[in-house]
Design a binder for this molecule. Structure first.
Ligand code: FAD
Length: 391
């Protein structure tokens, strides 16, 4: 395993650090505290970051993106999420979805969908799977007709008419294109009855329901998507009918690494604030870091962050180099890293004392942001059940 970073990797890491320090840090807390989630989308930051290449960093190079590998992505995400996890996730979600389009779509589809995304600095992508009655069942499938997503795409001449609803969908209130999982056969379970479609957001019959009002990660938009007789051309079906689950398995490896890196960055951001506070805050006539209870807490935080970083780097390296990759490692590393972030951010809140829970201080936002990670891309419980099945 080789972790000597190239000049290019270090340059990208520095670019992300500088942009997030100079542009995102000064405004992130103010966006976070806006009451209406519609007002929390930092469009100016998205556009500025996009001009630096951050919105398309993980998009394959042949389609005009940065083509960054998973290890480079992890390095960049750590720097971004350290400042604000929501802006970071807004960028990296587009790396993930555009890479899926590049991996799964045919040439004609890629030519139709990727250039408009790459060229427009405000063009964002969504990936819609979860429904009000189908959450974990899409990640740990009960492969029977009654379970899993119900949103249905019915053949109609050369196209498909889509009806149903998706929930908790990242960027769905602001995205222009959606990779959609819809049922195309109700008589079988989801391993055979789910298909993937590319649906432009301006398709008649596609609308938003609620814009979700989350406790954390507030700069990362989440919304419901409603499909009412939305007619999608047959050319927007990805691959063959009934292949969605197999397609996801083929491209899933990046998802956990993306989340782990966010957990790492979030924990590091909280730790750095806590360390600085502990050096400056005087109680008992000395900086509180000189009290052993606080010093040990900080040492534990540093230890956990370092363990998580080793996991992230190892998983990112393995995904590119081990054939086949060992999916168990990324699954339980996602669990470890996200729960580590919750532990570390909670300790940061404690080190800040009363100021830890005040919105004017920096600590409480990290704790709220970390809590959101536990529920994303399959809950931690579901990830552990999947690991257990592979022991
Ligand atoms: C910030 C955020 C962003 C998201 N982005 C997207 C997105 O872009 N696209 C998308 O499609 N979805 C997205 N999701 C949805 C996410 O994938 C789901 O919330 C997640 O899969 C859990 O589904 P659920 O919320 O319906 O919980 P449920 O499935 O109802 O689970 C509730 C609880 O029961 C447990 N549980 C469920 N089934 C089992 C079982 N079989 N065995 C044991 N325990 C079980 C779960 O672990 C959990 O603790 C997002 C969610 C969040 C919070």
């Amino acid at each position: 395993m080789e972790f000597t970073f190239t000049d290019e990797q270090r340059a990208l890491q520095g670019l992300a650090r500088d942009f997030f320090e100079s542009e995102v840090r000064p405004v992130a807390a103010e966006y976070d505290q806006r009451e209406d989630p519609r007002d929390c989308v930092p469009w100016e930051l998205i556009e500025k970051g996009s001009r630096l290449g951050l919105r398309t960093l993980g998009t394959p190079e042949e389609w005009g993106g940065g083509g960054a590998d998973l290890l480079t992505q992890a390095l960049v995400i750590e720097e971004m999420a350290r400042v604000d996890i929501g802006v970071s996730k807004t960028f990296s979600h587009n790396w993930k979805v555009s890479s899926r389009i590049a991996a799964l779509c045919n040439e004609e589809q890629k030519k139709r969908f990727l250039p408009p995304f790459v060229e427009d600095h405000r063009y964002l992508l969504s990936n819609a799977v979860t429904e009000p009655d189908a959450g974990s069942d899409s990640h740990l499938p009960y492969d029977v007709p009654e379970a899993g997503p119900r949103c249905f795409a019915e053949r109609n001449g050369k196209g498909f008419v889509i009806n149903g609803m998706k929930t908790f969908i990242a960027l769905a209130g602001v995205s222009r294109l959606c990779v959609l999982w819809a049922r195309t056969d109700r008589s079988v379970g989801i391993t055979k009855g789910l298909s993937t479609f590319i649906v432009p957001r301006d398709t008649p019959g596609v609308s938003n329901g609620r814009i979700h009002d989350k406790m954390g990660m507030r700069l990362y938009n989440n919304a419901e998507l409603i499909f009412e007789n939305a007619l999608v051309p047959g050319e927007n079906l990805v691959g063959g009918l009934g292949q969605a689950m197999q397609q996801r398995a083929a491209v899933a490896k990046g998802g956990n690494i993306e989340l782990m890196s966010h957990a790492l960055g979030c924990a590091r951001g909280a730790y750095e604030h806590a360390l600085e506070h502990a050096r400056n805050r005087v109680q008992g006539l000395k900086p509180i870091i000189e009290h052993q209870a606080i010093a040990m807490k900080l040492a534990e935080m540093a230890m956990e962050i370092e363990v998580a970083r080793s996991m992230v780097w190892r998983c990112a390296w393995s995904s590119g180099n081990l054939i086949p990759p060992d999916n168990r490692i990324t699954m339980f590393s996602k669990v470890f890293c996200t729960e580590m972030a919750l532990r570390v951010t909670r300790k940061a809140v404690e080190i800040f004392g009363g100021m830890g829970i005040m919105k004017e201080g920096p600590a409480e936002k990290y704790l709220r942001d970390a809590a959101v990670l536990l529920h994303m891309d399959g809950t931690n419980q579901i990830n552990l059940i999947k690991v257990a099945k592979r022991l």
